[in-house]
Design a protein around this ligand. Sequence first.
Ligand code: HEC
Length: 256
Amino acid sequence: MSSDRRRGRAGRLARAAALAGAVLAAPGCSWFTAFVEQPKLDPWEVVSYPGHVAQPTRGNPQYSVPITGTVVSAFQVSYMPLPGTIDSMSALKNPTAPTEASLVNGRKLFEINCAVCHGPAGKGDGPALKYGIPAPALVTDHAKGLSDGYIWGMIRNGRGAMPTYDRIEEMERWDVVNYVRGLQGKLAQAVPTGPVGYPGQTGDALPSPTADAPTRPVPYTPAWLDSARVIRAQTPGPSAPAAGAGTGAAAGGAAR
Ligand code: HEC
C-alpha cells in the first residue's frame, strides 16, 4: 500500500515536471520581462505624424562629428597660413538674418564662449583680463568695420591669444556674428547682455543639440539622413539654416 502511494506520487511529480518543461520550452513565450521591453520613446526617436515632425527628444551634443560634411571646409576658403585665412573669409556672405531666434542663440554662445575674455557686453572687460589676457573690445569703431565674414573667420580660427572656437558649429557661428553686431548697436533692436541662465541651468539656457551631426547615431541610412534634413528645415530653431543656405550659399560663395 505504501509503495503504491509512493508510485502514485512519483507519477504525479513526473507529470508536473513534464508539463513545466513543456511550458518553459514553448517558443516565443517569455516568462521573464524587463523594463526595457516596454513601449517608450527612444532618446533619439523622431516623433512624427502628418503635419508635424518633432526634434528628437535628445540630439547628439555639439561637437559631434558631422557625417554630412562641413558647410565651409578650410581648403575651400584658402590654403593661406594664419592670419591670411581669416582675411580670406572676410568676403563670406552672412546667410543668417539677425532674427530673434538667431540673436537668442548667439547670445547663449557668446556668453558661454566669448564673454570670459571680451566681456558680457563685448567691452573687453571679461574676467580673464585680470589673469593677463587682454582681449580687445568688440564695440569699437574698428570692430564695427570688420565684415561679418571676418568675424566668422576669427571665431573659426582664432588668432594670437584668442583660441579657435570652431567648436561652435558653422551655421551657429553666424548667430554669434549677429549677436556681436547687436552688441555693436548695428541692428535695429538692442540685444540683452549677460548670462542667459544661472550656472548649471539646463533646458532653454543651453545651446541646441548639434545641427550638423546626425541626431541618431545608428543606423547610417541615406533615408534617415533625408528625414533629418527635413527636420532641420522645418524646425524653427536658432540654427536651422534656411533651405539651401547651409550647403549652397556659404560654401559656393567661398569656393569661388
Ligand atoms: C581667451 C580669450 C578670448 C576668448 C575666449 C575670445 N577671444 Fe576674441 N580675441 C581675443 C584676443 C586676445 C584678441 C586679439 C587677437 C589678435 O589681435 O591677435 C581677440 C580678437 C577678436 C576679434 C578681432 C577684434 C579686432 O578688433 O580685430 C574678434 C572679432 C573676436 N575676438 C571675437 C571673439 C568671439 C566672437 C569670441 C567667442 C566665440 C571670442 N572672440 C573669444 C581673446 C579672446
